[in-house]
Write a protein that binds this ligand. Structure first.
Ligand code: NDP
Length: 271
């Protein structure tokens, strides 16, 4: 019997995780089966219990259940604790281990795949929702020269700064007007603005010629954020496909102890 894994969400049919993990298991020769589970909005805990009782080994968790997964975990990694959200579960006896691999996936895509060092760079993180919260600790671990968190609702940006001030007390938070006159080496769009085809109200001069503009959204062609960065002269542009594949590779590593190759899959999905 192959070991079983799943992605759980609502909706879940859009998820590329079954395809990604099927590729990973083929590539590494792992005897495993990975499926998609649509859980009712009020049925997350029951769906998890059912999956565990049937011998399921682990799960990826997507919208809207990442906070529910955080709450049911009996053991949490530092990253999941900081993110207050879990995207990867491991079932082992009575224990439910909760991980968050989103931030690690993003960092791996930027540093390894794109070859862009974050250390000593000026970083602007746009957004203060769940995705942004999961990114901050892995970003800080790269020791950027500066981290600014900007958000439309400024109170949420301040809240994140306070939450992470024990890790680094030089984080700056504000709204988009507050960054006027400041230039950044790396600008990450961790908002959902691109989902709606909307630009961010970034001032001119945010990007330099050597900047990397990274939109964690994927699948909609060049987003208004990336178009603006390009117009402003940013040399490097990336969507979030690499992050998606790398967070999955990180989950696969947690479950199977093997790190799959990601380059070809990223190229295939981008096409
Ligand atoms: P949340 O709903 O938690 O947060 C949304 C954020 O976007 C808030 O900061 C919100 O600001 C901001 N926002 C929304 N619309 C606009 C707008 N028009 N202008 C400016 N800011 C806006 O969402 P998540 O953080 O969970 O997800 C954000 C995005 O990240 C999604 O598009 C998701 O698909 C993507 N994602 C990609 C991953 C990958 O692997 N590539 C992994 C995880 C997420 P405010 O607080 O003012 O409302």
């Amino acid at each position: 019997m192959p070991d079983t894994y799943a992605v759980i969400g609502n909706p879940v049919t859009y998820s590329k995780s079954p395809l990604i993990h099927a590729e990973f298991s083929k590539q590494t020769g792992q005897d495993m089966y990975y499926e998609a589970i649509l859980a009712p909005l009020n049925g997350f805990a029951a769906a998890i219990e059912d999956f565990r009782q049937n011998g399921g080994k682990g799960m990826n968790v997507t919208i809207p259940f990442k906070v529910d997964a955080y709450k049911i975990s009996t053991q949490l990694t530092e990253q999941a604790t900081a993110a207050r959200a879990v995207n990867t579960l491991v079932f082992d006896g009575d224990e439910i281990y909760g991980h968050n691999t989103d931030g690690a996936g993003l960092i791996r895509d930027i540093v390894i795949n794109l070859g862009f060092a974050i250390t000593a760079k000026r970083v602007l993180l746009c957004g203060a929702g769940g995705a942004a919260r999961g990114i901050i600790l892995p970003l800080l671990n790269q020791e950027p020269r500066m981290l600014v968190i900007s958000n439309r609702t400024v109170q949420k940006a301040h809240k994140l700064r306070k939450q992470f001030s024990s890790y680094n007390n030089t984080i700056v938070s504000g709204n988009y007007e507050d960054i006027t006159g400041k230039e950044f080496d790396l600008v990450i769009n961790a908002t959902s603005a691109s989902l709606f085809g909307e630009p961010l109200p970034l001032p001119q001069g945010t990007f330099s010629a050597e900047s990397l503009a990274y939109d964690i959204m994927y699948g909609n062609g060049q987003t208004p954020f990336l178009q603006f960065a390009s117009q402003e002269g940013a040399e490097y542009l990336s969507d979030g496909i690499g992050m998606l594949v790398e967070q999955a590779a990180e989950s696969f590593f947690i479950w199977r102890g093997i790190r799959p190759e990601t380059k070809q899959l990223i190229e295939m999905l981008r096409k």
